[in-house]
Design a binder for this molecule. Structure first.
Ligand code: PLZ
Length: 447
């Protein structure tokens, strides 16, 4: 069976979810795979492309998750497949530090060109988002000769030891996995919907509290890096109010702190801009990317000011697989697809469809406390009607309903009460509207 963009773009259920074949395979999965890995959609995939995922039972499911913001260009995008096939036939691995190849250099050139700011930039490639974050911290520490790293409440940066310390949420990411890395300091996040004194005060008060804590408790001269997601992903698509990110960037600049934008989830056209920090003209010193960079192959990067990136001693950065030739070939195909098909604009088109429809739902269903996001990164926060009390049960029920109806949706949020939507940017509009109709039915069916 072949997937990719030519797969029929329809939702089609021929069995219950999971169907009998998937149900059998789920048994094999539990027998063979560690129980530590959760299951979202309980089906086994045979093909995927455009806006759909096909399973072993012949069901065609609408994909509102894009593999957690990875296949922005769609699964098996033509250019990705073409480049990967050519690369895999030419050579599969030499290790870039042992014998270099041009795919790596070209990906770095694109990253240096595409990321915000027109200063001289350099890049280094790794495998996963967490690895990019680890390396951004290493680089910032060497450059500043300081150790403290500032992160934010509700933030998510990965599951390795250092990035677990940087990630805010205990369950399921950290519980029992300590001890964690030291010198990580978590600051209050500007979370407009839940700001105690009201949304209008959020940016100014959050910044004030941030500056107070850093100046009085940490000492800015000890801080190597401020690391923040321009829109928090796993935390529940928390969009900081205007002024918060520029305020942090200005504080970092004043004190010689490296300002790191973690664009692992927001990057590569997702938010209707190539990178989310462009929205307020914020130019980070370093930017971490992964996910959408390579159309589904494992690749990540740190890109930033040449003087910072070059401050590391020769041999100080690397890894066996980082910037694998196959992943780089995929990235070149993904970047070409994003630019050629103007997926930046398409993210806005999809975002407008989602946001307007979800706002209409909010007017009818008080269980929707907040609708937020940017571009094709949109979420709803569910509350107990008439309050702002988190309602994770409603999210669980909606996910269950959508799963049964063949729509893959993802939850998020510190309180588990956020439903987030991240369709592939190539999803046909009719499929997106159909998914939204089912989501509304799920909300209407809440008991
Ligand atoms: N930074 C902003 O969103 C990964 C995590 C899925 P890796 N988010 C999805 C899960 O439950 O493990 C993420 C992110 C941001 C860093 C990461 C980490 O990226 O490629 O998963 O290591």
């Amino acid at each position: 069976m072949s997937g990719g963009p030519s797969l029929p773009q329809e939702r089609k259920l021929v069995t219950a979810i999971p169907g009998p074949k998937s149900a059998e395979l789920l048994k094999r999965r539990s027998a063979a795979v560690s129980a530590g890995l959760g299951v979202g959609m309980p089906v086994f995939v045979t093909a995927a492309g455009g806006g759909v995922i096909q399973d072993v039972d012949g069901n065609s499911i609408i994909d509102m998750g894009a593999g957690i913001a990875v296949v922005n260009v769609g699964n098996s995008a033509d250019k990705v497949v073409e480049n990967v096939q050519a690369q895999v036939a030419a050579f599969t691995h030499t290790c870039f530090m042992v014998a270099p190849y041009m795919g790596y250099v070209e990906v770095c050139e694109h990253l240096n060109r595409l990321t915000p700011g027109d200063h001289e930039k350099k890049s280094a490639l790794f495998n996963s988002g967490a690895e990019a974050l680890e390396n951004a911290v290493k680089i910032a520490r060497v450059y500043t000769k300081r150790q403290a790293v500032i992160v934010f409440e509700h933030g998510y940066h990965g599951r390795t030891n250092l990035t677990m310390a940087m990630t805010a949420k205990n369950m399921p990411y950290k519980q029992g996995f300590g001890p964690f890395a030291s010198e990580i300091y978590r600051m209050p996040m500007a979370y407009p919907y839940r700001w105690m004194t009201g949304e209008e005060n959020c940016a100014a008060e959050a910044l004030e509290e941030f500056i107070h804590k850093v100046e009085k408790e940490l000492g800015p001269e000890n801080v190597a890096a401020i690391v923040i997601e321009p829109i928090q992903g796993e935390g529940g698509f928390i969009v900081p109010p205007k002024g918060f990110l520029p305020g942090l960037a200005a504080f970092a600049k004043k004190h010689g702190i490296v300002f790191v934008a973690d664009e692992v989830q927001t990057g590569f056209a997702r938010t209707g801009q190539m990178f989310a920090c462009e929205d307020e003209g914020v130019v980070p010193d370093l930017i971490t990317t992964a996910k959408g960079i390579a159309g589904g192959l494992p690749l990540s990067a740190v890109t930033g000011r040449a003087e910072i990136m070059d401050s590391v001693h020769v041999g100080g950065l690397g890894g066996t697989y980082g910037g694998s030739p196959i992943a780089c070939a995929a990235a070149l195909g993904a970047i070409e697809t994003i630019e050629e098909h103007d997926l930046v604009s398409q993210a806005r088109v999809l975002g407008e469809i989602m946001t307007s429809s979800l706002l209409e739902m909010q007017a009818k269903h008080p269980v929707i406390g907040d609708v937020r996001g940017r571009g094709a990164m949109v979420a709803i926060e569910l509350v107990k009607p008439g309050t702002k009390d988190p309602n994770p049960d409603a999210v669980a029920q909606i996910v269950k309903y959508c799963t049964a109806e063949g729509v893959l949706v993802l939850s998020a949020g510190t309180y588990g009460n956020v439903l987030r939507f991240l369709p592939p940017l190539v999803m046909p509009e009719h499929l997106l509207r159909e998914a939204l109709e089912i989501i509304e039915k799920a909300i209407a069916s809440l008991v």
